[in-house]
Design a protein around this ligand. Structure first.
Ligand SMILES: *Cc1c(COP(=O)(O)O)cnc(C)c1O
Length: 356
């Protein structure tokens, strides 16, 4: 008997979410964003669950090359482009499309000897001030790329900083992008998950959903369920020990939790070395044999403790869901002061994953 922890990845839920996004973005093609090992779900698993995806967006070159080697035919976009001129040769050889976001990228393209020209996504900075050319200079860079023999075509791209925050919205970024794109008559790609749902006018030619594909809400104030998304990852374990506490007894490292009354506490085989957030406080929700309960005390490396006082039927071997089909990962992330993205990406390699 091995340690009773596992993650489940639900292929049907992934396919459902992809289709839902396709419906929301009719007319646009959909890049399934699979960076960071498919947001922690396993790149190969995600790709296998989405055979009909229009394209995949990623930023690890090795993984992109492996995708081609496995026979994948769709568009593959490198979201951060290349990191040195030599990588352009790999992109040409494996037919990878690239984001181009700096003058050096353009210079490298102009000087390279490539076996085939590349599809370029010209990244415009419209206010996030992370990657990209000032949107106002778009025409000049498009002109330069149009004279470059190593470029087949150009799509204009930008990324929104606040599409998930209705109070701020995207107006200023979108206006800046539209002004830059006007007259250039090029395809565009701007929408992340939040924008696909909140600002469908930005869907353009290619949308780039990540988090929604994995069944989590991009918004703090709207549940995944209300958006029609199905959770893809479930993290579950079991109760491996039970402690009967007296009032005043402590739980875990630092003795940060003191039982206010006699309590039954379950010890669960899941800790921060499995990817569960160490900073999740007492009260973070868990589900025990289908019943909602809560974390108590500090999360350790390999274990965490939960309140079983109101779960009299719970015993050794009771199933504990840390997040997933019965407990939204968004609720856990919120309780832990983070976002679902971080929890998914942190799933540790020691946790066995089962495709269901
Ligand atoms: C990660 C990423 C996305 C996906 O964002 P979500 O919020 O997960 O939908 C889209 N575009 C770019 C450039 C990204 O880096």
């Amino acid at each position: 008997m091995s340690r009773p922890i596992e993650a489940l990845v639900n292929a049907a839920a992934l396919a459902h979410n992809y289709q839902l996004i396709q419906q929301r973005a009719l007319g646009a093609r959909v890049f399934a964003v699979v960076k960071a090992n498919g947001y922690g779900h396993g790149l190969q698993r995600v790709i296998a669950a989405l055979p009909a995806a229009d394209g995949f967006a990623i930023l690890e070159l090795d993984a992109a090359i492996a995708m081609r080697a496995s026979g994948l035919q769709q568009t593959i976009l490198l979201l951060e482009g290349v990191f040195c001129p030599d990588e352009l040769l790999d992109c040409a050889q494996h037919n990878l499309s690239i984001a181009v976001h700096s003058p050096e990228h353009i210079q490298w393209l102009e000087q390279a000897q490539l076996v085939r020209p590349l599809h370029v996504f010209l990244k415009l900075n419209t206010g996030m001030n992370r990657l990209g050319f000032a949107a106002e200079s778009a025409a000049q860079w498009v002109e330069r790329l149009s004279r470059c023999a190593n470029v087949v075509d150009v799509t204009l791209m930008t990324h929104f900083a606040t599409a998930d925050e209705p109070a701020v919205g995207i107006n200023s970024q979108w206006a800046r992008f539209c002004a830059a794109a006007q007259g250039l008559n090029l395809p565009i790609s701007t929408a992340n998950s939040a924008a696909i749902f909140a600002y469908p006018e930005t869907n353009g030619d290619w949308v780039r959903p990540g988090i929604a594909l994995y069944g989590s809400s991009p918004f703090a104030d709207r549940t995944a369920e209300s958006l029609g998304l199905h959770p893809v990852m479930t993290l579950r374990s079991e109760v491996i020990a039970i402690q009967e506490l007296q009032a005043g007894d402590a739980v875990g490292y630092g003795a940060t939790f003191l039982a206010p009354h006699p309590m039954r506490v379950g010890v669960v085989a899941c800790g921060y070395a499995d990817g569960y957030p160490r900073h999740a406080p007492t009260g973070t929700p868990v589900v025990v044999d289908g019943q909602r309960s809560r974390l108590v005390g500090r999360v350790s490396m390999d274990m965490l403790c939960i309140d079983l006082t109101d779960c009299p039927a719970a015993r050794l071997g009771s199933q504990v869901e840390l997040w997933g089909s019965q407990l939204s990962i968004d609720d856990v992330a919120k309780a832990a002061g983070t976002i679902s993205y971080e929890l998914m990406c942190a799933l540790a390699t020691r946790v066995p994953v089962q495709l269901v």
